[in-house]
Design a binder for this molecule. Structure first.
Ligand code: BDR
Ligand code: CA
Length: 314
């Protein structure tokens, strides 16, 4: 039996972040979650760190270490998304305040220490929010760049365009300077853009299957998804909302569900019209360095099968 893969999840929960964390916690044979680092994004940091702890407790894992990181992007004021996620970020179910403690260490220091104290190539970063903590960690200790196995990130959009502006996806838009630094760093990157996440919709039958598991975690998750999808159903006119962040964890568990190609990806940081755009050289029309594996397709049924099966294990 191979050793479970060591991961850090950097996140801004968010209902879909919660689904990603639960998917990881339901997969202990494959994934060893070293810590959850939180960042300001969907809602301010005060709430994202609280929400991460709520999700761990819902999953019966109060032992997971949760750290608070950056409370704002590296160079801009924070933009949040309460219009999607609700006032708390986890609107939907009735949730209790968490009892487990927040770690005293800053998330950026934890990332640095964790990567430096593991063997080179041992730690994978899974990013589900703006890339602020990661850019700050790279700045603080540049040696961690070469020691990471890879970064698997939810961010960007190319064929689908943007979801917060016509050109930009939310995670990249919130902190484009951080995303730019991370994309240029030279670490292997796998990117889950909107092109993938818009193919995994929370169809009624899928949410009902999750609810039917009947556990506290699964019912809360189904209620979160029911809240989360209303915004996207209205926006896209689809039968269910896209479930973005769990695609990152699903990729670690079953990469065969995905297909994409290695491309150059650059981030627009200057234009007021297209700031935060991920400019993907999908057709290889430049000779710019291929710095990311950009996913485009996913087996949606296989993905929901995996998610449902792992939620049932919590
Ligand atoms: C991303 O933005 C957030 O609203 C979601 O949690 C996801 O990480 C999708 O654009
Ligand atoms: Ca997120």
């Amino acid at each position: 039996m191979p050793q479970p893969r060591k991961i850090i999840i950097d996140t801004d929960p968010g209902q879909d972040d919660a689904a990603a964390i639960m998917l990881a916690l339901g997969s202990p044979e494959e994934l060893d979650l070293l810590g959850i680092t939180t960042v300001a994004g969907n809602v301010p940091l005060q709430l994202t760190q609280r929400n991460a702890r709520i999700v761990c407790e819902l999953s019966n894992r109060p032992d997971v270490k949760v750290f608070a990181g950056a409370d704002r992007p590296v160079a801009r004021p924070l933009v949040t998304a309460e219009h999607v996620h609700g006032k708390t970020g986890l609107d939907g179910p009735v949730l209790e305040e968490p009892r487990m403690a927040l770690q005293a260490q800053h998330a950026v220091d934890f990332i640095v220490e964790c990567v430096m104290t593991h063997e080179p190539g041992e730690v994978t970063l899974c990013t589900l929010g703006p890339l602020t903590n990661i850019a700050l960690a790279f700045e603080k200790e540049p040696r961690i760049v070469a020691r990471l196995h890879e970064i698997v990130m939810m961010g960007g959009g190319f064929f689908e365009g943007g979801n917060i502006t016509p050109a930009a996806e939310f995670n990249i838009f919130v902190d484009p300077e951080a995303a730019d630094r991370v994309l240029r760093a030279g670490v292997p990157i796998v990117m889950m853009p909107l092109d993938v996440t818009h193919k995994v919709l929370t169809l009624r039958r899928r949410v009902e299957r999750i609810k039917a598991i009947g556990s506290r975690a699964a019912v809360a998750m189904a209620e979160m998804l029911e809240f989360f999808e209303r915004f996207d159903i209205e926006k896209y006119g689809s039968d269910g909302g896209p479930l973005h962040d769990p695609t990152v964890v699903a990729y670690l568990l079953k990469p065969e569900l995905f297909s994409g190609r290695d491309c150059n990806v650059e981030i627009e940081v200057a234009s007021s019209l297209t700031v935060g755009m991920t400019v993907v050289d999908w057709w290889h029309v430049t000779d710019r360095k291929r710095n990311a594996r950009v996913m485009r397709d996913i087996d949606a049924e296989g993905f929901f099968e995996l998610l449902t099966e792992r939620l049932a294990r919590l």
